[in-house]
Design a protein around this ligand. Structure first.
Ligand code: HSE
Length: 439
């Protein structure tokens, strides 16, 4: 049996989970790969914490399990990258710093396979790494980078190769879904629900990327590359997070039988790809509306095989580590025959403002007679059909109501709002919230 030696860089929540799985089921992994997989070395600045948390032998760690200074850790990494013995490197340090980018670049340059959960790095700086891997004939495994344990990368790359993907949508950030679910179920304000997410270990101390849609955007960028072979940037996606969702929005969602979810959405229409990340009003008869808490779900609609849902844990130590280990087994088993991503295609990315959805627009206005009629007329003037207008919530001098439209481009909705602001300055007390309705 061939042998594949693995170096693990970083032994925190995810890296430690990888080492634990190797400690527990290495013989089974070898049999599945038909290769003898050897976790050779771990470089970690704080081994004692990892040893205690994951019950690992100190001998696995460079330095024998003692604390390392950063320059010492760097020297161990240099040695491993220079060693012809190491075939595959697992990077679980994370982040998009030059240090981590250079590290991954050097791994590939050295002709070693790279397995990582680092969605931000691959989404923002991945093109160079994928191109280099192509030249070097090595593999980049990134199943763990998209929705943790959910096998969406291999599903698109391997299982759907006989189909044409029409659209991908889903809930790809567990923290924001946990927050929205608590707001929905317990009528909490955003701040209180975020605090609960932090208290229960879902949100990071700095949850910015989870709540501003950045983390979900990174995952969608990787899925677009896999499904259609094109590179898109965070700016292309016009990402909106959940920071501005309030209790009143949940109330408006209830009124149209919907739940607010942070949705990643990408669709190919007449050859053009439209994609965005933003809160959407998901109708209760759409399965995504029933996905609660930190669970992730991805919906893929295919030309020949129809709709598929993959649902599971999008984060966690064992969950994310499992995807890394499965990539290692795949690379060992199929090696040269695996493709990293779809063949590069011409960039055919459309302006998301032309994307057609029904929308829910929420207006916060002065409480003046004729306001609802004036706003509805302005919407009609853009040739947008209205489906329903909510009841008005009157609070003293102010009122709030929402308008659900029939399908329209975002551009036309924006034009209606601009006309309202231009023709009746001061009528709107805040910028209207505009959310697509997903059936
Ligand atoms: N923080 C992410 C989430 C998991 O809450 O889903 C890692 O991308």
């Amino acid at each position: 049996m061939k042998t594949m030696k693995i170096a693990l860089l970083g032994c925190g929540t995810v890296g430690g989970g990888v080492a634990r799985i190797f400690g527990e089921i290495n013989p089974e992994l070898n049999a599945r790969a038909n290769v003898s997989l050897v976790l050779d070395s771990i470089v970690e600045i704080n081994p004692p914490a990892a040893i205690e948390r994951f019950q690992l032998p100190a001998s696995l760690f460079c330095g024998g399990g003692r604390l390392l200074q950063p320059d010492e850790a760097s020297r161990y990494i240099d040695d491993l990258l220079a060693s012809p013995e190491i075939d595959l490197v697992v990077e679980t340090i994370g982040g998009t710093s030059d240090f981590v980018f250079d590290l991954c670049h050097r791994v590939i340059e050295a002709g070693k396979h790279l397995v990582t959960a680092n969605k931000a790095l691959l989404a923002e700086r991945g093109r160079t790494l994928f191109d280099l891997a192509e030249n070097k004939g090595v593999k980049i495994g990134f199943e763990a980078a998209v929705c943790g344990a959910i096998p969406i990368v291999k599903t698109i790359k391997e299982n759907f190769t006989g189909d044409k993907i029409l659209s991908i949508s889903g809930i790809m950030n567990g923290t924001s879904n946990y927050i929205l679910s608590r707001m929905q179920n317990e009528s909490l304000e955003f701040g209180a629900a975020l605090q609960l997410a932090q208290d229960n270990g879902y949100a990071e101390a700095d949850p910015s990327l989870d709540i501003n849609g950045g983390d979900a955007g990174h995952k969608l960028i990787l899925l677009i590359k896999l499904a259609w072979g094109i590179d898109v940037s965070m700016d292309d996606l016009s990402i909106i997070g959940i920071e501005n969702i309030g209790k009143e929005d949940i109330d408006f969602a209830n009124e149209i039988n919907a739940k607010i979810k942070l949705i990643c959405y990408a669709k190919k229409i007449n050859g053009d790809i439209y994609a965005t990340v933003r809160p959407m009003m998901v109708k209760n008869n759409n399965f995504l509306s029933q996905v609660n808490g930190a669970t992730n779900a991805v919906r893929v609609n295919n030309h020949y095989s129809g709709i598929h849902f993959l649902v599971g844990k999008g984060a966690g130590s064992g969950e994310t580590a499992m995807s890394i280990v499965s990539d290692i087994v795949f690379i060992a088993r199929y090696g040269e025959r695996m493709k990293n991503t779809a063949a590069p295609q011409e960039r055919i990315f459309a302006d998301a403002r032309q994307f057609v959805f029904p929308y829910l627009i929420t207006f916060h206005t002065a409480d003046v007679p004729g306001t609802t009629g004036f706003i509805a007329t302005a919407i009609g003037n853009q040739n947008i059909n209205i489906e329903t207008v909510s009841h008005n919530r009157h609070t003293g001098e102010k009122a709030m109501f929402s308008v659900a439209t029939m399908p329209s481009t975002f551009e036309k909705i924006e034009a209606a709002v601009e006309a309202i602001q231009r023709e009746r300055p001061g009528l709107l007390l805040s910028e209207p919230k505009i959310m697509p309705i997903l059936y």
